[in-house]
Design a protein around this ligand. Structure first.
Ligand SMILES: Cc1cc2nc3c(=O)[nH]c(=O)nc-3n(C[C@H](O)[C@H](O)[C@H](O)COP(=O)(O)OP(=O)(O)OC[C@H]3O[C@@H](n4cnc5c(N)ncnc54)[C@H](O)[C@@H]3O)c2cc1C
Length: 381
């Protein structure tokens, strides 16, 4: 029996692949599956627009998973009838004043040096594509291949697909610890007893580090990173934008983004805050989000504000996911996906399922094993 701790996009996706392969698999979630970071996200699948210096190792993994998304969405639709709103209009990063535009030109050169398929647009060309953008937009990078989904629909679809494939879902059941026998994972502890397992996949998001009984050598260095979000409602037949737009940030919002869904919801995010497990909303956070979004898309001013929320990204020490086997036989990790867990879901599901079933670590996930954190850090003296 395989036990998966955590019913977010990672746990449900992996569970679905196990169930399809005929494995006896149970996903445990201490709340309702899909209601933490997976629910809080914006659903962007944008490895190009989000490429950053220092994260070059992550790019191939992110591009590989992005390439899997269209089929993943179609497979979910076929299995469950749930349309996850896979949208292909692309992503545009815009600059406002001269400073922004020059900075964006540097980023464009960097994207090109990575061989990414991106296009430079003048302010006029950007507004031709999205006429409601602010007059101040002076230049943009357009990434046609960076798509998006409705992550809440994805959670709904994955849950249904997992159950239809024969998986067992235990919601409102907290895994309070794991046990080992002879150094190998042997059982998990839940509130109503102990369950013997052959393998455990730890996919508990921002909570993955805290599980009792985890051998120290297999404890993933994951911490919560808070993100506040708001949503306004556009007219679905006359949306202000159809492309995902990124714009300049400020302080607690390093970059602003606006992700339009087909039902007219326009998701605006996000703050990035080291606040432990706090998920409270702040006036300052929401004010920054709305002000920065308004700079880019003034038309949001009159739209109804329909929701505000905060979620916890599971961030690792190097902002990349932690995937695959651990020094504790039988214990596997699928955590630390930080701001890319929706994007990386199809690849995570397949790679972890293959790894547990065949005992082989696929080449894509080799750079993302837990053992990378054991390497000594070079110190300049
Ligand atoms: C504001 C925000 C915006 C984001 N936007 C994007 C985006 O646009 N694109 C993108 O790719 N990613 C985005 N992300 C990141 C993405 O949401 C996460 O990386 C991803 O959802 C992580 O999925 P998960 O399954 O690991 O964690 P979660 O979805 O958090 O699921 C973990 C689950 O484990 C359960 N759990 C925890 N401990 C236990 C326990 N002891 N026993 C049982 N169950 C337990 C929890 O209840 C939870 O349901 C965003 C995140 C945030 C917060």
């Amino acid at each position: 029996m395989i036990a998966i701790i955590g019913g977010g996009i990672c746990g449900l996706g992996i569970g679905w692949r196990f169930a399809q392969a005929g494995e006896a698999v149970t996903v445990y979630d201490r709340g309702t599956a899909g209601m933490e970071a997976t629910w809080a996200a914006a659903g962007m699948l944008a490895p190009q627009a989000e490429a950053e210096h220092g994260e070059e190792a992550l790019l191939p993994l992110a591009l590989e998973s992005r390439a899997m998304w269209k089929d993943f969405a179609a497979e979910l639709l076929a299995a469950t009838g749930v349309d996850v709103d896979y949208r292909e209009e692309g992503t545009m990063v815009v600059g406002l004043d001269r400073d922004d535009v020059e900075h964006l030109e540097h980023r464009f050169s960097y994207f090109q040096s990575l061989g990414l398929d991106v296009e430079w647009l003048s302010g006029y060309e950007a507004r031709k594509r999205e006429p409601h953008l602010a007059r101040a937009v002076g230049g943009a990078v357009y990434s046609a291949l960076d798509h998006q989904v409705d992550n809440r629909k994805v959670a709904e679809a994955l849950r249904a697909a997992f159950l239809a494939a024969g998986g067992t879902l235990r919601e409102n059941v907290e895994v309070t610890g794991v046990s080992t026998a002879g150094g190998r994972i042997s059982a998990i502890d839940v509130q109503d007893g102990t369950v013997t397992t052959d393998a455990v996949v730890l996919a508990a998001g921002a909570w993955s580090r805290n599980l009792a009984g985890l051998p120290e050598i297999s404890r993933p260095p994951v911490r919560p990173l808070k993100g506040q979000m708001v949503a306004v409602q556009m007219e679905p037949q006359m949306p202000l934008i159809e492309t995902v737009i990124w714009g300049p940030g400020n302080g607690v919002v390093p970059s602003i983004y606006l992700a339009p869904k087909s039902n007219g919801r326009l998701i605006i995010g996000a703050t990035v805050e080291e606040m432990g497990f706090d998920t409270g909303l702040t006036a300052g956070g929401i004010m920054e989000l709305l002000r920065l979004a308004w700079d880019v898309l003034p038309g949001i001013y009159d739209l109804p504000l329909v929701e505000s929320w905060a979620g916890l990204r599971p961030a690792s020490r190097d902002d990349a996911p932690i995937l695959g086997p651990t020094p504790t036989p039988g214990l596997f990790l699928a955590t630390g996906h930080h701001r890319n867990g929706i994007l990386l879901a199809p690849l995570t599901a397949k790679a972890i399922c293959d790894c547990v079933r065949n005992g082989e670590v696929g080449s894509s996930i080799k750079p993302f094993l837990l053992d990378r954190f054991e390497k000594p850090v070079a110190v300049n003296v």
